[in-house]
Ligand binder design. Structure first.
Ligand SMILES: [Zn+2]
Length: 111
């Protein structure tokens, strides 16, 4: 009858921020990797740069080649960009341009 109504000393012991394993929910850490979206970059050339630097800014991010690239420019609209494809790496990527860069690239393609 001595322990009735009394909590043991263990019930009042400080936890120091540590909780038992059962207090935490198990979190699933594994996930399924999704396919990577198309690579994207921003153009890094000035409008007064020579054509070679303009072409270099569209270079393949993998092999760094800038010749023989297939590219399709979407220069009209709100967000001008160039979709590029490297035939060697078979990789596609998109380069976004500022309006002045889009004009510069359009004038270069007109030659
Ligand atoms: Zn490449």
């Amino acid at each position: 009858m001595a322990d009735a109504g009394w909590l043991s000393r263990r019930d009042f012991s400080p936890t120091r921020g540590v909780v038992g394993r059962t207090a935490l929910k198990a979190v699933r850490t594994a996930s399924i990797l999704e396919p990577v979206a198309m690579l994207a970059d921003t153009a890094r050339f000035r409008t007064d740069d020579p054509d070679a630097l303009v072409r270099a800014s569209l270079a393949c991010p993998i092999c760094l080649r800038s010749d023989d690239l297939e590219w399709h420019a979407a220069l009209d609209g709100y967000d001008p960009s160039v979709e590029c494809r490297c035939p060697r790496c078979e990789e596609s990527w998109q380069v976004y341009l500022e309006p002045q860069q889009a004009l510069r690239l359009a004038l270069m393609g007109a030659d």
